[in-house]
Design a binder for this molecule. Structure first.
Ligand code: HEM
Length: 142
């Protein structure tokens, strides 16, 4: 059971596609999608898809893994899918479709919203305090 670069366990060659090639297959003439690093040519499946062809077109030429998994496709759906595999995404391009480390982005966003959430009320409170003191000072001798 030796895995080799470019070969499957059964000895069959794996066809690798670069991301650029996949991205070009986004028309009704040729519709490819990526699911878990595998490339699917769904051109002939578009009309048969129980979820409609529109959702597949929207993902054409790109990574549809998240949408595919969000729907929670049945094992039947996965079996159908496997008949449309034409190859795999080139290993050097896999990082390009990976989501950026979300926690990092989220942390930055959280920080910036904490900052503005805190500063704007603080400035408003300071302003009100100053106005109140001026008002009190002006009417002290009334
Ligand atoms: C080769 C790829 C795909 C195959 C073979 C496939 C197959 C199927 C099948 C057989 C169903 C019926 C329900 C089930 O058995 O789970 C289904 C439903 C559905 N699929 Fe796909 N699908 C594929 C890709 C996608 C993608 C990429 C999306 C989203 C962008 C999608 C969205 C949906 C939706 C929205 C439904 C309807 C779910 C419902 O009515 O409750 N599918 N698909």
């Amino acid at each position: 059971n030796i895995k080799m670069e470019g070969k499957k366990e059964n000895g069959k060659e794996v066809k690798y596609f670069r991301l650029e090639e996949v991205e070009q297959q986004n028309s009704s003439k040729s519709t490819w999608i990526i699911l878990h690093h595998k490339i699917y040519d769904v051109t002939k499946f578009l009309e048969e898809h129980p979820g409609g062809e529109e959702v597949l077109r929207e993902q054409a030429g790109g990574n549809a893994t998240e949408s595919f998994e969000d729907i929670g496709h049945s094992s039947d759906a996965r079996a159908i899918a496997s008949t449309y595999v034409i190859g795999e995404l080139h290993p050097d391009d896999r990082h390009k479709i990976e989501k950026p480390t979300e926690t990092f982005v989220t942390t930055l966003n959280d920080n910036s919203s904490w900052w503005t959430n805190w500063v704007i009320p603080a400035i408003a409170a300071a302003f009100v305090t100053v106005m109140y003191r001026l008002y009190v000072a002006e009417h002290k001798n009334d």
